[in-house]
Design a protein around this ligand. Sequence first.
Ligand code: PLP
Length: 451
Amino acid sequence: MNNKFNLVQTNTVLEHESIKPYHDTLSRPIIADIIRDTLEKLRIELKNNPNFSPSKDEIIKLCEKKIKQKSNLPIKRVINATGTIMHTNLGRSPIDAEVWDKVKTLNICSNNLEYNINNEGRGIRGEFLYSLLSKLTGAEDALVVNNNAAAVFSILKTLAEGKEVIVSRGEQVQIGGGFRIPDILREAGAKLVEIGTTNIVTLKDYEEAITENTAMILKVHASNFKIRGFVKHPSFKKIRDAIPNNIPLVYDEGAGIFDESMSEEEHIKSALKSGVDLVCFSGDKMFSSVQAGIIVGKKEYIERIYKHPLMRAFRCGKTVLSILEKSVIKRLNSQGQFKGYCETLLAIKPEIIKQKALKIIENIEGFEVIEELVETGGGAMADTFYQSYAISFKPKDIKAVIKFMHNLDIPIIPKVKKDSVLIYVITINDEDIEYIKEVLIKIKNGNFLAV
Ligand SMILES: *Cc1c(COP(=O)(O)O)cnc(C)c1O
């Protein structure tokens, strides 16, 4: 039977030349589902509309359109033109290319992840990495878990379950989607003891809050906001000196800042020197490596966390540990000169960025280069902005042009400001200049610009 309701076979579309490239990005079964679904809808339309008779080519084109839409779902490369250097939604800090190349072979082969070759036996996962991290920070010991949220949680669960944790009211923060300090404490079974006010906390507040049930003083870096004006809190050293030795002072630093020009609260080494017992931070913010939660500090506390059953759930695999290992070695070998992704970009003179922007729009009408501020993002250096430049244009229809930019082979993610679209240049690689140029020409020729 070959009536018109048979349309074409799912398999014919699936194996069509125009569809095949999507096998790699979406997988055959997902594509087959989309095709079946599209054909089913066409059959219904055929039944209802006797004049409707799409050609085979039209059907394939329609399927391709639906498939193309889905092809934006798998993780793929995009160009971050948002003006937020480490955009959490765009993968935070990119991994150093040299580091990435170095870990490839060991990841696609067997490796000594948990095998001590010298002892011909079982080793400790991450042991060498921990010694590197200790060297880097000056800490007695180190430990790595899946992310900084897991680091905070495992510290609390191990050292403070069933006991009290003192946190200043100005530090009960929410970091990104769903990470709230009071919630994490509750989940870890610790009791939150709030002290001070939003803007002021004193040494006396800390001293008076200590009871026989106090497990820890937790300091949390306000990653994504800043309180200005009449703000006071005691230094780490003052707190450390005022509280009993057996109560750990823990600092959730978050960003992973090693810039020695920063203040005590912003700089991991000096926090440890001032008497903080444990510091934890993310691996993929200013630290510029892979997603991980890094804990450094006193051996006795690290060992307890390491031995907690939770570690089995939070431990990292070979990929993360090997990338971190190479990242830390690169840092150590730079003899203090290392700059991560964000620091490297911020060290470029704004004039150079302006020149790059001008080069991109050269000979293309309808675009201008304007002075704009950028920020680090990723929960670091909140409310601090740096002078930079962006390419700006006014589109006829903002939604339409954003959709166009999002659906490019390599999507470009710009920022919308009032009736303008801004393409921040600081995060655009030199190798992508020609690509951006071509896109701007397409935007112009595609009639997207307001006249
Ligand atoms: C980013 C951040 C976290 C959460 O870290 P993840 O690596 O995203 O889990 C926790 N605390 C602070 C202070 C942060 O800045």
